[in-house]
Design a protein around this ligand. Structure first.
Ligand SMILES: [Zn+2]
Length: 498
């Protein structure tokens, strides 16, 4: 059983020829919860600077701008362009950016890093979640990306083959966890729990190693939910559980079963059940709930923040609670400036600060933060906000309680997010003012822990014994790279392969 059929591979490689991608997005991409936004003035500057440098450095290396952007030097150039506009936040030099050979050597030196992404998605083949298509059409019509205008939109880029390629082949990700989302309408689950289980089984059988983990989504209050949990503990053996306290996040207008983590009657029996089965990881979607969403669905707001987390964590010290999106509130990207404004005025950011304060307030050490969307929604638009969020999470939860997640493939291949964390440093003025510690080198202790060490510990994943360097997936990847990799660098929502 192959990881990708020849047909699937050919289609993917051919597909990306149609547009002119940049190594990092120069505007914020869309996700299931939000629509894309026009470029800010600063992003326009970044885009212009990036193209300028792309022409200059490309020519120096005898490459077209398009081809140059697909190289490691092209990626480094994107961060040089961001530093030029936002100030020195990312480790990237002109020397690295202007030399294809030097940048390739540097990228190669980091490529073996253990990156465990505990937050990835793809959509079932029969999905009818058209909001992704709508988002792309909006972008095309608005002319933000000329490549999109007048092109037929498709969901294929959000399905299994694309997910596999972008996560395992186009990025340094070594292990990925398949997540999902439930709905009151069974057809609108991103994937059923069985589909996640099947994909995990397929990948691990084909690679011969444990490359893939999967969530089971639990839905407290929905009819028959606990019976399903009982069955799935036995039949699906999920690596961890994930729930949405707002109930139905995809179709919020249908949401009839929101719940609280500290609901003794509803949730505590669930914690007890999974604990007895030897499972102890509960992931929960929090945040991504800006004022515009609150206006539409005010009754769900109390479920979107982390007010219910402290007591649950205290009552269940044996369970690790992983808060997805770090409860970051200020999506879409057009709201990032509000997040930064809030931080500059108060030193806090809703509701990530609330999350980071829980260990001290409740005397607990079983609360973790996932970074899904943090990088995607802040790195390219307000890098200082990204730095602030990292600073407060590491300070409040500890660098051993922050885990890597990207929400790929909503935001394309995750490599640009990996590069962003490798290169990100908290500006010195921010370190001094807020007592944030520097994040250090890409392969230093803090980033090593965040990229994979912390999740490996949580999931009892023995990195040394995993055999990833010599498994069939690594052979597939080596062949792919040798054939001339074709990284798509395509964050969905503003670009689309033809
Ligand atoms: Zn997600």
């Amino acid at each position: 059983m192959g990881l990708l059929s020849d047909d699937e591979m050919a289609k993917l490689v051919r597909a990306s020829a149609a547009v002119e991608p940049t190594p990092i997005p120069t505007q914020v991409i869309s996700s299931d919860e939000f629509f894309p936004i026009p470029q800010t003035a600063k992003q326009k500057q970044v885009a212009a600077r990036l193209n300028e440098l792309g022409d200059e450095f490309g020519a120096r290396n005898g490459l077209s701008r398009r081809r140059f952007f697909q190289t490691a030097a092209g990626m480094a150039t994107a961060f040089v362009a961001m530093n030029d506009v936002y100030g020195p936040i990312y480790g990237a030099s002109r020397a690295e950016a202007s030399s294809v050979d030097l940048a390739a050597q540097m990228a190669q030196a980091m490529s073996g890093q253990f990156v465990m992404d505990v937050h990835t998605h793809f959509l079932r083949d029969d999905t009818r979640l058209k909001n992704f298509i709508q988002a792309r059409e909006t972008v095309g019509k608005a002319g933000w990306n000329p490549a999109l205008a007048g092109k037929p939109q498709t969901l294929d880029d959000l399905k299994y083959p694309s997910w596999f390629k972008e996560v395992y082949l186009d990025s340094d990700t070594k292990v990925a966890l398949i997540s999902g989302s439930a709905s009151e309408d069974p057809q609108d689950w991103f994937l059923t729990n069985e589909m996640k289980f099947d994909a995990r089984a397929k990948i691990n059988a084909a690679s011969g190693t444990r490359r893939c983990l999967s969530h089971s989504i639990f839905t407290p209050g929905q009819p028959g939910w606990m019976e399903r949990v009982e069955r799935e503990i036995v039949e699906l053996k999920p690596d961890s559980w994930k729930g949405y306290t707002v109930g139905d996040n995809t179709n919020k207008h249908l949401s009839r079963h929101p719940w609280r983590l500290d609901d003794e009657k509803l949730l505590y029996p669930f914690y007890e059940k999974i604990s007895k089965a030897g499972q102890n990881i509960v992931c929960v979607h929090k945040g991504l709930y800006p004022p515009s969403t609150e206006q539409q669905f005010p009754h769900l707001t109390p479920y979107a923040n982390v007010d219910d987390l402290g007591r649950a964590a205290k009552d269940w010290p044996g369970i690790n609670f992983v808060v997805y999106h770090s409860a970051y509130r200020w999506t879409p990207g057009s709201n990032a400036h509000l997040g930064l404004k809030q931080f500059d005025a108060t030193g806090r950011v809703e509701w990530t600060s609330d999350l980071s304060e829980i260990p001290e307030k409740f005397g607990v050490s079983n609360v973790y933060a996932d970074l899904g969307q943090i990088f995607a929604q802040t790195t390219v638009i307000e890098p200082r906000l990204c730095a602030a969020l990292m600073g407060m999470l590491v300070k409040g939860l500890g660098s051993d309680h922050v885990v890597w997640g990207t929400d790929a493939v909503w935001t394309g291949a995750p490599q640009w997010q990996i590069e962003a964390l490798r290169r990100l440093e908290i500006p010195e003025d921010m370190q001094r003012k807020y007592g944030f510690k520097p994040l250090g080198a890409a392969d230093g202790p803090i980033k090593t822990a965040i990229f994979g060490g912390n999740s490996a510990k949580m999931y009892k994943y023995d990195i040394k014994k995993a055999g990833l360097e010599t498994d069939r997936l690594s052979t597939t990847k080596a062949a792919y790279l040798k054939d001339g990799a074709d990284p798509s660098h395509l964050p969905y929502g503003y670009v689309l392969r033809g």
